[in-house]
Write a protein that binds this ligand. Sequence first.
Ligand SMILES: Cc1cc2nc3c(=O)[nH]c(=O)nc-3n(C[C@H](O)[C@H](O)[C@H](O)COP(=O)(O)OP(=O)(O)OC[C@H]3O[C@@H](n4cnc5c(N)ncnc54)[C@H](O)[C@@H]3O)c2cc1C
Length: 463
Amino acid sequence: LLARLSEIVGARNVAVDPAEMAGYLQEPRDLYHGAALCVVKPESVDQVSRVLALCNEIGAAVVPQGGNTGLVGGQTPDSSGSQIVLSLQKLNSIREIDPASDTMTVEAGVTLARVQEAAESVDRYFPLSLAAEGSCTIGGNLSTNAGGVHVVAYGSARDLTLGVEAVLADGRIVSGLSKLRKDNTGYDLSHLFVGAEGTLGVITAATLKLFARPRARATAFVALADLGKAFDLFALAKADAGAALQAFEIIPRVALDLVLRHASSVRDPLSNMHPWYALIEFASFKDEPLDGAAELLAKAIQSDIARDAVLAASLQQRAVFWRLREFIPEAQTREGGSIKHDISVPLACVPAFVEEASRLVETLIPGARPVPFGHMGDGNIHFNVTQPVGADKQSFLARWGEVSEIVHRLVKKYQGSISAEHGIGQLKRDLLRTTKDPVSLDVMRTIKNALDPKGILNPGKLL
Ligand SMILES: Cc1cc2nc3c(=O)[nH]c(=O)nc-3n(C[C@H](O)[C@H](O)[C@H](O)COP(=O)(O)OP(=O)(O)OC[C@H]3O[C@@H](n4cnc5c(N)ncnc54)[C@H](O)[C@@H]3O)c2cc1C
């Protein structure tokens, strides 16, 4: 097998040395460690096709991988040492930018940051944005249907995708690249591969939507008495700004305290302490200052929705506000063990969910610190729980299942989702079986069996 793989992609693109493979075998949270027969790095779609045809012929399992930043272990092989990691990182050309059609066609291994820069180079905007954008790839973003901070205005990766080129398990290529905004010719096969986590095919390229480039931004850090007020502020901002509202993130005081303790060069933007904060961003598509944001904040304070607020006075200050939000996961890591959840509930239920989940967790583990933060504008909360001060990290993490059971039971009560944006991978595979509608699961298995009858594509993930 190794010899035949080397014939297809060249010996330099088949890694078998443990040191060379190490970076591909564990993921960012260090929850999963795998082993692999080899890491294969094709440089063309034709090579991907021939690799898959070969693996399908002999029944070798293939684990597609992009930037290896996924948070549910979908990109990590199992421990058998027999699986093949298929890295798409060398499939990294930008095939076409068409500003007149507002589209861009890129290969799977192009990083998200490069896509954003390429859009900007033709005075357009690609809105998908997340903290891992320097390393994650478009293939991984689409395969996990990534969300990030601008979903409130532009939707998730699926909403930004016009067409997908993918290689099936048997090596055939589905040529779904398309610039069409309207195409009602049957099943949407491109979107089938989005969110499939590499279980239905390997994405090799995608045509993405581009948007008008924001000319000015206003970024506010707003203090709030409780989450109910955050909900009121969101409603006010949405009604006032409409599509100009680009992000609405919430941060509890406990998270800000962790960031202030562990991050360098940051400080509390407000002089007093408050229980909750919202990080809000507005965009203007005209070359003039955004006066509306200050007026909106004044209205929020006058009507007792907000306690206090500050607008970023410079790009540097804007970056600091965002750092306060994006450093939260890292600050939690430095603080000790954290049990993490990526859930969504209907927007109006966010305050009640967070209040109830926090109470239940604090009762289960006295001293445990709920740190619920994130994309409130999408009803998506990262309901993370940090260990009690001074507790033993491993004993705390050993209770992951108990804590998650409480949280996910509540998600069900509020008719939410156990995975808002990170996907299922290995982490939530068994949970999916017990939470998703059985008929939907049956249809998913039917599709999987039809496209990958030998089950070579990312086995053990998602289903
Ligand atoms: C610091 C940090 C912040 C993050 N923030 C967010 C966030 O705000 N929102 C959010 O949604 N996610 C977030 N993520 C997780 C997010 O899912 C990933 O960052 C990204 O979308 C995955 O891209 P990747 O190229 O790294 O994929 P990988 O991690 O390599 O793979 C992810 C999954 O996609 C599959 N896959 C990868 N490439 C292909 C391909 N070409 N064809 C078929 N299958 C493929 C893999 O098999 C795996 O199942 C964050 C991660 C980190 C580390």
